[in-house]
Design a protein around this ligand. Structure first.
Ligand code: BG6
Ligand code: MG
Length: 215
């Protein structure tokens, strides 16, 4: 690609490992409803909004509820989830993230957050990361879930940078699709088997630096 002017980061699974807390909270709900929820099932929820995640979980358990009951379950899960977030510290920022952020800042490359989570602001605060981002787009600011490109397009717009000059870092299949749909270069974080649609795939941000950003 041409000049890179901005990097847009997904939060859960790229910058912090909150997937384990989502898993514990969803599993608790599944168990309460009388079925099991495995790590493999949890893969399907990555990058997916809260209510869509609940729908997938209920599909796995073969159960159906009214919209009101579903909202109550989603809230219950979120209360359990935020109890884990309450205890998060800056130590939980994933390896390599701060080094890479420092390099980007020094090079004058803009940074945005592009997350589906309504808890993103709170997680950034608990892990002391808020100050790094020029623009924060989270689940409270979007109306369409990934793979819709809205979250990343809002990020680019907020930064006043064209999508073709942005690189997105994503760990979820739906997120990779959202980035590609936004016309952005996408670096998948995780396994090439799951993130095959990304332009590049690396295991984690520890593997990333400014030199490698020259795509
Ligand atoms: C995404 C996670 O970042 O946020 C999903 O990958 C999660 O697993 C989604 O469901 C919504 O998060 P929250 O915090 O608004 O329930
Ligand atoms: Mg993610």
């Amino acid at each position: 690609m041409g000049t890179i002017k901005a990097c847009i980061f997904d939060l859960d699974g790229v910058v912090v490992d909150t997937a384990k807390y989502h898993y514990l909270a969803w599993k608790r709900l599944a168990n309460e409803l009388g079925f099991d929820f495995t790590h493999q099932d949890n893969e399907r929820l990555k990058g997916v909004s809260r209510i869509d995640s609940l729908n997938i979980l209920l599909e796995i358990g073969g159960q159906s509820f009214t919209p009101e009951e579903k909202l109550a379950f989603a809230e219950k899960k979120n209360n359990w989830y935020t109890q884990y977030i309450d205890k998060m510290t800056p130590d939980e920022v994933l390896p390599g993230v701060l080094d890479f952020f420092e390099q980007l800042k020094a090079a004058g490359i803009k940074m945005a957050l592009g997350s589906a989570s309504k808890n993103a602001g709170y997680i950034l605060q608990k892990t002391n990361l808020t100050h790094w981002f020029d623009v924060i787009v989270d689940g409270t600011k979007t109306s369409k879930a990934k793979p819709d490109p809205e979250v990343f397009l809002l990020g680019a717009k907020g930064l006043n940078i064209s999508p073709s000059e942005c690189v997105v870092f994503e760990d979820a299949e739906a997120g990779v699709e959202a980035a590609i749909n936004a016309g952005m270069f996408c670096v998948g974080i995780g396994s090439p088997a799951i993130l095959g649609k990304a332009n590049r795939v690396i295991p984690d941000l520890f593997e990333m630096n400014l030199k490698k950003l020259d795509f």
